[in-house]
Design a protein around this ligand. Structure first.
Ligand code: NAD
Length: 490
């Protein structure tokens, strides 16, 4: 088995495929001819690999290959496309442990979370394998006898997919699986910090029999790659997950070429805790939800608005639970939270905590970096955070929770909605009436009631406001890669 599926024991980089990080173009694995990159382990700072990124010539080769791949793949029956996706899902299951190890090495999350991520990739491939056969068209009652009025779904064309470093495997799977199921070819650009896990998906698909050129993977200078790919007439659809500023710039590039975009951007999730909720359970669940992937999740719960009678108890229980989270290298099975992914996140934590305390917020737990090796930050709870603290508007994208009391539900909903972004929102309550109101009035794309689970393979996922547009997940995720062609036959 190859380096992207099995770690090589005893290598200096702890099993990372230092020489195996190559581009996938036209079915061939090849070294990039662009600028050099450095990939490092966020738990130790140790260099894992120094591959070369894609050059413009590499990108042109990937575009030609995606064009050829599309001509073949669009004519491949849905059942054959599905069989390859299902085989790839099976291979991912067999390779879960070595792939999870690569993911932890380059991204930092605890191994158990990395294994779950690979398992969810397999689930995504399986789900869209089945969905490939459900891209139904429709017959419209004809305007005249003998005529046919038909809607025929067809793949939209070669896709450029850009994915971030926080879920390097799953966020790639959520774009690649529906694109391939729909009959599109794809050029995937994983984040330059974490290419190995996405390359592992590419290896599984190639080993499952995906024809050459249907999936191409390139990484390197992100701005150069996105500009080059989006400008090419070959690309017919853009899909991006990442920050609001980068999403905005890609949307501009796409608009200049009149190309459709799906954008999954940042969030700043509010959590409304009513005093009728099970406060202890909400606090315990909040500590788990906040520290998942060290808070580097676009749906991470961040702004906690707690009804005043329950405020003190919630803050005390939440702070205690956060203080007990075991921080450590993701490869250590005792670790419940790993490091942040890079130095940028540590700088953001320092800046946001300093600003909040200047605005009279109180540190209940954490508030500081842990050790001087890697990028560890203690799970942090700030209480009585005023609305004008920077952290209340800027997504922390780290293990930082902010708590503030409220009196009436109207006030909590208004403060929750005051954000420019609207991705996930959460509420804890036993009241059916409050749940209905929250469902109707919170300006978010996905809502968890007494739960932090808002992203499932079979369900649509999308933001409102600056959090982006278009859908991933569910049948809506497939629809984004289809054009509905209307055919009138008289
Ligand atoms: P960033 O905007 O610099 O980079 C985010 C990702 O976008 C990286 O993976 C990078 O490869 C990619 N990227 C950057 N410029 C690009 C370009 N011109 N074309 C294509 N891809 C490009 O942010 P960061 O400092 O790495 O991460 C912090 C912020 O990013 C967070 O505050 C969060 O809002 C956002 N983010 C969101 C998600 C998400 O799931 N929605 C994931 C990761 C990061």
């Amino acid at each position: 088995m190859d380096a992207l599926a099995t770690p090589i024991a005893g290598t200096a980089a702890g099993g990372y495929p230092a020489d195996g990080l190559q581009l996938l173009i036209g079915g061939k694995w090849q070294a990039g001819r662009g600028s050099p990159l450095r990939i490092s382990n966020p738990a130790t700072g140790q260099t894992l690999a120094e591959p070369t990124g894609a050059s413009q010539e590499d990108l042109d080769a990937a575009l030609t290959s995606a064009e050829t791949g599309f001509a073949l793949w669009r004519r491949t029956p849905a059942t054959a496309r599905a069989a390859i996706l299902s085989r790839a899902a099976q291979l991912l299951r067999e390779r879960t442990k070595p792939l999870a190890r690569l993911l932890t090495l380059e991204q930092g999350k605890p191994l158990a979370q990395a294994e779950l991520e690979i398992t969810l990739c397999a689930e995504t491939f399986d789900w869209y394998a089945a969905e490939a056969g459900r891209a139904y068209g429709r017959i419209i009652p004809a305007r005249s006898p003998g005529a046919r009025q038909m809607v025929l779904p067809e793949p939209i064309g070669p896709v450029a997919a850009f994915t971030p470093w926080n879920f390097p495997a799953l966020l790639a799977a959520r774009k690649v699986a529906p694109a391939l199921a729909a009959g599109c070819s794809c050029i995937l650009k994983p984040a330059e910090e974490t290419p190995a896990a996405a390359l592992g998906l590419g290896r599984a698909l190639a080993d499952a029999g995906l024809p050459d050129g249907v999936l191409n993977i390139v990484f390197g200078d992100p701005a150069m790659i996105s500009r080059h790919l989006i400008a090419s007439p070959v690309i017919r659809k853009i899909t991006f997950t990442g920050s609001v500023p980068v999403g905005r710039s890609l949307a501009v590039l796409a608009a200049q070429q009149v190309k459709p975009c799906t954008l999954e951007l940042g969030g700043h999730a509010p959590v409304i805790v009513l005093d009728d909720a099970d406060i202890d359970a909400a606090a315990a669940l909040s500590a788990i939800g906040k520290t998942r992937n060290a808070g580097q999740v676009c749906t991470s719960p961040t702004r906690f608005y707690v009804q005043r009678p329950a405020y003190e108890r919630f803050v005390e229980r939440f702070g205690a639970a956060l203080g007990q989270i075991a921080l450590g290298d993701g490869l250590d099975p005792r670790s419940e939270m790993g490091p942040l992914a890079n130095a940028r996140r540590i700088e953001a934590m320092e800046r946001l905590v300093t600003d909040a305390t200047r605005h009279q917020a109180e540190i209940v737990t954490g508030g500081a970096r842990e050790g001087d090796r890697g990028f560890f930050w203690c799970p942090t709870l700030l209480a009585n955070v005023p609305d004008d603290a920077a952290a209340m508007t800027e997504e922390p994208f780290g293990p930082l929770a902010l708590v503030s009391p409220f009196d009436e539900l109207d006030e909590a909903i208004a403060r929750a909605n005051r954000s420019a972004v609207g991705l996930a929102g959460y509420a804890f309550t036993r009241s059916a009436a409050a749940a209905v109101r929250l469902g109707e009035e919170l300006e978010v794309g996905v809502l968890g009631l007494n739960s932090f689970a808002v992203s499932h393979t079979e369900a649509p996922f999308s933001g409102v406001k600056d959090s982006g547009y278009g859908y991933e997940g569910g049948s809506e995720g497939l629809a984004g890669f289809l054009h509905q062609k209307y055919v009138h036959h008289s």
